[in-house]
Write a protein that binds this ligand. Structure first.
Ligand SMILES: C[S@@+](CC[C@H](N)C(=O)[O-])C[C@H]1O[C@@H](n2cnc3c(N)ncnc32)[C@H](O)[C@@H]1O
Length: 205
């Protein structure tokens, strides 16, 4: 059926149409693709942890990047229903209560921890950015525990009062810290990715 402006979903855009054509379940894949093309953080053979992985487009893209010698582990409150390659495992759970389970689940440390987690939004920007900060801070604590020294961290956060506090946390634990807003981010969105490159020090046990 030919879509007219009226029949198209109001959220559909170039990226969501492209995601459908390329068989990714969400347009968010292009944000990770832009991050990877700019910073090359995921290498062949890497172990990658994806926090907030549903519906699964980052899982699929990261699995392509690590190849058959690497693997990707995802965690989400929601079930991932897309067909996943054999180098991807998913754990259904809440990051607020699964920190240590992640290590027990795989038994190994990760080269990259990425979080695209987003809270259920209320429309109140103070509440939404505080919830986003809580998720990002939890992702950071997990990354501190499970990343190898020299590993990288990619974390979405809504810009708000706590943004600079979060950025400072990442800056203190990684050799380089960048704030990056991919072109594929929706214009109305307040999200930005804080990227920590080369974790310094020993993992916290
Ligand atoms: C924007 S989506 C992630 C999209 C994903 N990167 C992809 O490309 O398919 C955000 C996800 O964060 C998850 N999430 C939010 N809070 C969470 C929590 N406390 N624990 C685990 N996942 C959570 C949501 O269930 C949602 O699936």
């Amino acid at each position: 059926m030919k879509h007219t402006r009226k029949t198209r979903n109001r959220w559909e855009d170039h990226y969501s149409r492209r995601a459908k054509q390329e068989k990714y379940p969400a347009r968010s894949v292009y944000k990770l693709k832009e991050i990877q093309q700019k910073y090359h953080l995921i290498q062949k053979g890497d172990r990658v942890l994806d926090l907030g992985c549903a519906p699964g487009s980052w899982l699929l893209y990261a699995a392509e990047q690590v190849g058959h010698k690497g693997y990707v582990v995802g965690i989400d409150l929601k079930l991932v229903t897309v067909r996943l390659p054999s180098n991807v495992k998913v754990h259904e759970g809440d990051v607020f209560s699964t920190g240590d389970e992640v290590l027990a689940f795989t038994g190994e440390r990760f080269h990259v921890v990425m979080s695209d987690m987003a809270p259920a939004t209320t429309g109140n920007s103070h509440v939404d950015s505080a919830r986003s900060f809580n998720l990002s801070e939890t992702a950071f604590v997990i990354a501190q525990k499970v990343l190898v020294p020299g590993g990288s961290f990619i974390c979405k956060i809504f810009q708000g009062e706590d943004f600079s506090r979060f950025s400072a946390l990442v800056k203190a634990s990684f050799k380089t810290c960048k704030n990056y807003r991919p072109k594929s981010t929706r214009k109305a969105s307040k999200e930005v990715y804080v990227i920590g490159i080369k974790k310094t020090g020993q993992p916290v046990s």
